[in-house]
Design a protein around this ligand. Sequence first.
Ligand code: ADP
Ligand code: MG
Length: 466
Amino acid sequence: MRHDFGSLALSSTLLTVVAELGYEKLTPIQAQAIPVLLQGKDLIGQSKTGSGKTAAFALPILEQLDLEKRSLKALVLCPSRELCAQVAREIRRLACRHPGLQVLTVAGGEPFRRQASALERGVHVVVATPGRMLDHLRRRTIRVHTVTTVVLDEADRMLDMGFHDDIEKILTALPKRRQTAFFSATFPRTIEVMSRTFQHGAVRVTIDDGEEAAPDIRQLLLMTEPETRVRDLRWLLANHAHESALIFCNFKATVKELTHTLSSAGVSADCLHGDLEQFERDRVMARFRNESIRILIATDVAARGIDVVDLDLVINYELHSQPEVYIHRIGRTGRAGKQGLAISFASIREQPKIDAIEKLTGSRLERLVRDASADVDTEALPNPLERDARMATIQISGGRRDKVRPGDILGALTGEAGGLNAADIGKIEIHERLSYVAVSKTVSQAAVESLNEGRIKGKRFRASII
Ligand code: ADP
Ligand code: MG
């Protein structure tokens, strides 16, 4: 099987875009699924997290779109709001040379009315959670008779989360003649049952780990007791020169407490847990992605769907009682062919958890020995991870709805108007109604001032450091 994009029947526009994004080779799931989808066939695609499943279904969708009409052609269902946002982001990236393409996320936690009016104006692709999608169907605020492709992304997780009935209702409401694709990291029997009801002659593509380069994750274990945990964490952060780290705790109380402890010690840390409002979560995730926060502390549920490609360190501050959760957590590092690092803390009493993990992964965790000489000056060390974040995030009160594009923000900050160097500007994220731009800490004040004094697209927007 050839693994370059050029071997696919994709338009030159899409081939240019993937090249611009730096995608050199097709991932195995892409190489096998894209030709099937381009032929219009139904598909069950199974491959592990991080293997490029989004582009595997997004590219065929984009290939088949007709931008002349503003009608809904493709529906993608995802288990959470964060995953919807992520999938929509990847589709928009791949569609950057499809001017006028409208991709709408339809998830809970966002005003229903606003979604309904965007749907009324017309969109080409909807990325939705099953619950909210069903609400729109019930209230007749979405019309699906033009849909030709439906994708269930993370089908296994949606079923785990109890969306089975909602999904059935949605699939039943769609036109009979359509393409149906299921994507999933695992293949439980429930998917097979659903396939029999809702697919026709589905082609099944399974990429087992042997075919793919196994993720390269160094897995370390540090034995420590509750009373020495914080001290050991700081030692660890001080001794591993990573750009960013994700720390998992089992409970939100631990997340809050640890965040407080680290922040009070001057560490650039923030957290993600179930008590935060959606806009607060979006904000934290944006700041973590653009390197304004170096350390993110999270519970499993809150971290669901975090996709930070360059996550180079995952710390299990507490081991979970289910070994599968361990695998899921450490799977956030070592992506895209890079070596990842996962470090777990455990106390002597937790030996059974360690045994269960080693049994499930089939390998022994490497014991990390803490150098006693480090005890003395942990507090005084010039810490690689404990140093401040390099970037600060500016929030701008305009987004996609205001037709703000990354180039507009870049333009407002650089050149005569802004006076900043392009090198001081980091990631720019455009959301529906606001945008985030990362700038070097040293110039952040000047950047905010020039944004507040200047205009973007001829309009004034409010900018502030968050
Ligand atoms: P999955 O859905 O299988 O978990 P994603 O679709 O989220 O995986 O992709 C993981 C990452 O890999 C994303 O950052 C995506 O942009 C990137 N990616 C996708 N396809 C390729 C490719 N062919 N080459 C390099 N990177 C890719
Ligand atoms: Mg995915």
